[in-house]
Design a protein around this ligand. Structure first.
Ligand code: GAR
Length: 205
């Protein structure tokens, strides 16, 4: 059984796609141990509680500095000791110590085709704003392993989405979530749980 901890900051639609995947058996051999958010008001925490999943809030605001927050975050994660950490719309930088403690065991969903529209400052709607401003005809989503950089780790899965008639960041975000994110994040977890993607390796097809 693959034990996962899902880290979230906002609405949690990707978390919901994972919960649904586990409940409808499109993700097998996987259990969500806990959901962690930096934001106590994140609707994602409510989604977790509704499904009987432990929901924890660890906010940098409640610590005197980032070092103390990082130490507490690493300690909590160390105690949970999941097989895989899934960043599903988590807008906090992962402490270097956690990357090293969980080397090759952290994955992230990013709402563009990396290496386009990624890196520092590209998150949430900003990614889609930039894609529309550049006038791309195709965007999409990427699941990748997390390393010390921002969106620089090995790519696991990508799915392209036609921008089509989308004219606003919100409509493009919705299309990419529906057509790509909610598909490839559950798929990546299922393939890792099934041993098809070795933890710490990218996909070979
Ligand atoms: C998703 O679009 C995810 O790809 C993005 O935040 C959104 C969270 O939505 N993540 C990033 O931009 C990370 N760089 P959700 O809370 O509804 O899953």
């Amino acid at each position: 059984m693959l034990k996962i901890v899902v880290c979230v900051s906002g609405g949690g639609t990707n978390l919901q796609a994972i919960i649904d995947g586990i409940e409808n058996n499109s993700i097998t051999n996987t259990q969500i141990q806990a959901v962690i958010s930096n934001n106590k008001n994140a609707y994602a925490l409510e989604r977790a509680r509704k499904h009987g999943i432990e929901a924890l809030c660890l906010s940098p605001r409640e610590f005197s500095d980032r070092e103390e927050f990082n130490a507490s975050f690493c300690q909590t994660m160390g105690e949970l000791n999941p097989d895989l950490i899934v960043l599903a719309g988590f807008l906090v930088t992962i402490p270097a110590r956690m990357v090293s403690d969980f080397r090759g065991r952290i994955i992230n969903i990013h709402p563009s085709l990396i290496p386009s529209f990624c890196g520092v400052g590209y998150y949430g709607l900003k990614v889609h704003e930039a894609a529309l401003a550049r006038g791309v005809k195709i965007s999409g989503a990427t699941v990748h392993f997390v390393d010390e950089g921002t969106d620089t780790g090995p790519i696991i899965l990508q799915k392209a989405v036609e921008v089509g008639a989308c004219q606003t960041p919100e409509s493009l975000q919705k299309k990419i979530m529906e057509e790509a994110e909610w598909v490839i994040l559950p798929l990546a977890i299922n393939e890792i749980a099934a041993g098809k993607i070795k933890i710490g390796e990218s996909r070979e097809e």
